[in-house]
Write a protein that binds this ligand. Structure first.
Ligand code: URA
Length: 431
């Protein structure tokens, strides 16, 4: 294949041979394709799109650019969940042990937080001693013996994605449905899973701001994932206001434990059950959503989900006592309330701005090399639709350094009329 002919064909929006696309991606991984040609490809796909068939080829080539975990000797249908990311989205933490407790193996490889959204690995690492850097063999044996392991991506998972993502970031080619689809799925396929549930977030705190765009992404993920051999379902969920009560790493672990104990906030509990129900159905442990929800409810009531979380924490060198004694988690030195400047009904909470406020407190990173403070964050006391009086606490800032109250207060907007928040789960795709 002559690379310039390949690029001309992609540029003209015509079909290239899947084998040429695979060869091109292999060339990128081996360092044989220079960045200017890789970038020309990205911009051509951004402008002209890519057929589903070629997006499958791109996904598989990116998956095969690095290590692919083989879980063939783990019995059962292995199911994972991926979220496109939101503020206060800690759902992986209660979801993975709960689903594993219901008998579905969950091999979960997660990422770190950057910018306004947090990352599962940072949350887990706020549990004293918890290690996310387990060797692949240990990951596999945990999935086989405990039904779940929660680890971080090694440098060897889909390295072609790492390279292409870095180029997309600096060439204005991130917001492309086929490129996002291949990027997400290549990494998930490398886990060795059989099925995947995608939580595609919509709204001001999400990657996709409109329902139309989120729906297009969800549909593409389901079609391409299916073409790549996965069983996939996507759930479109609202991310206009922060999810649950807590933003910040150890604070989100506390809320996750509350969900496992049946004492979580209504929204994060509902989302855990909605996604868990999809996972149980894909994993062959329930036929209907009602049956799946019953099993999840039983795992909460019997304590099986909480016990599974303790087992996972212990197996990953963490202190499992945090599940029954959450005060063992890191706690910030100061808690400062943020008071309502008005009497009225909360109309919106800018989750994007609130995520950035939490990041500035030290809960997240603005650059990949920044250090985070596990204890700090923001506790939300009211949600959209709640009536408050001037002077009522809206939130509590958990901080170790100075706290900027205005940073948090300004994320709340008020109305004099009643406000009804939209539904949390907007639609399901691929069911
Ligand atoms: N998340 C990813 O992993 N890749 C993208 O391209 C966008 C979001």
């Amino acid at each position: 294949m002559r690379v310039v002919d390949f690029l001309r064909t992609v540029r003209d929006g015509k079909a290239v041979a899947a084998c040429d696309l695979t060869e091109f991606v292999q060339g990128i991984s081996k360092g044989e394709i220079p960045d200017y040609q890789a970038t020309a490809f990205l911009m051509a796909v951004f402008l002209k799109g890519l057929s589903d068939e070629l997006t499958v080829a791109l996904t598989l080539a990116m998956r095969d650019s690095g290590q692919v975990v083989n879980l063939a000797n783990v019995p059962g249908i292995k199911v994972d969940k991926h979220s496109t990311g939101g503020v206060g989205d800690k759902i992986s933490l209660p979801l993975a042990p709960l689903v594993a407790a219901c008998g579905v193996p969950v091999p979960m490889i997660s990422g770190r937080g950057l910018g306004h959204t947090g990352g599962t690995l940072d949350k887990l690492e706020s549990i004293p001693g918890f290690r996310v850097d387990l060797p692949t063999d240990r990951f596999k044996s945990m999935v086989r013996e405990l039904g779940c392991s929660l680890i971080g991506q090694t440098g060897d998972v889909a390295p072609a994605d790492k390279k292409l993502y870095a180029l997309r970031d600096v060439t204005a080619t991130v917001e492309s449905i086929p490129l996002i689809t291949a990027s997400i799925l290549s990494k998930k396929l490398a886990e060795g899973i059989d099925a995947l549930v995608l939580d595609v977030k919509v709204g001001r705190g999400a990657f996709m701001k409109t329902e139309r765009d989120a729906r297009r992404l969800a549909e593409s993920l389901v079609r391409v994932g299916t073409g790549a051999g996965l069983r996939v379902r996507a759930v479109l969920t609202r991310m206009d206001e922060p999810l649950g009560r807590m933003i910040g790493n150890a604070l989100e672990v506390r809320e996750s434990i509350d969900i496992l104990m049946g004492k979580g906030p209504a929204d994060t509990t509902e989302l855990t059950f909605a996604l868990g129900a999809e996972m149980l159905q894909l994993g062959g442990k329930a036929v209907t959503p009602t049956e799946a929800r019953q099993k999840l409810q039983e795992a909460v009531q019997s304590g099986a989900g909480a016990t599974k979380f303790e087992e996972i924490i212990a197996a990953q060198h963490g202190d499992p006592r945090v599940v029954r004694e959450p005060d063992r988690l890191p706690t910030a030195q100061s808690q400062t309330p943020v008071l309502s400047p008005k009497t009225g009904v909360i109309k919106t909470i800018d989750s994007f701005a609130l995520g950035l406020a939490a990041m500035r407190l030290g809960a997240g990173r603005s650059k990949a090399e920044d250090k985070i403070d596990p204890a700090v964050g923001i506790e939300i006391l009211h949600h959209v639709g709640d009536a408050v009086h001037k002077g009522d606490p809206l939130a509590i800032i958990h901080h170790n350094g100075p706290a900027n109250l205005e940073d948090v207060q300004s994320t709340f907007a008020f109305s004099s009329k009643p406000v009804t928040p939209g539904p949390l789960v907007i639609d399901k795709i691929g069911a």
